[in-house]
Design a protein around this ligand. Sequence first.
Ligand code: NAD
Length: 247
Amino acid sequence: MSGLLIITGASAGIGAATARMAVFSGWSRVIVHYGKDLDGANETASVVESMGGQAYVMAADLTKPKQIEKMFAKISDLKPGPIGLVNNAGIVAPKAGIADLTPERVAQVMGTNVLGAIEVARQTVLLMRGWGNGGSIVNVSSAAARLGSANEYIDYAASKGALDTFTLGLADELAPEGIRGNAIRPGLIETGIHGKGGQPDRLDRLGATPPLGRPGTADECAEAILWLLSERASYCTRSILDVSGGR
Ligand code: NAD
């Protein structure tokens, strides 16, 4: 599909990998959204441009609805044609059992992974309706939604369960408009998220446990995302694709 692809959290990890491969997949313009890591976003943007695409680096803290709204006003000014959304940005919190899930921590996890993602999807749908060209949405959930992540981060797992359910309803609502909504559930993927959550050795400990015997890469997630977004997946909506090595 050609057109404008919005990728949240494209300064690192799975979002950055998706942006790097987006031009190859036919997206000519890419919104490289970031929260705090401007250097990472600029690096992603330079790869997009080196492949002949046009990159737009845009900041917004996804826990702040006003910042999301402002970003979408800027995107609207770009006169988008067909629009794609990779609703990817997300966080984990440090390993903890139920007793240590403070309201502040849970609010941060839910605020980013659920409220932020829903608001980004809402703004994207308004944009799609405004421009009348349909489009496609892929939410980035997690295998944690199935596993529950006991004694690690059940708040995070619950946030991704919410995103799965949101994907189902969103797809149902948008299908009559020709807009497809899907999700992927990555498993243990080699990105910086584990270190940010205080477990830099997480993949050393767990990486070999999936049936395929290794962790996955951000590029392997990007492949699945870009396929679901594309017309090659034209009969897929409401699908939640595990990219988890069988885990
Ligand atoms: P990452 O930490 O490398 O990237 C996360 C991105 O989200 C970053 O660009 C970060 O800036 C952005 N972000 C986080 N909070 C934000 C906020 N409040 N406002 C704006 N941007 C914000 O992580 P990743 O591994 O690439 O994760 C991407 C998605 O994949 C997340 O939703 C994560 O839950 C999901 N996921 C990752 C794994 C894994 O093992 N890496 C597994 C399952 C699901």
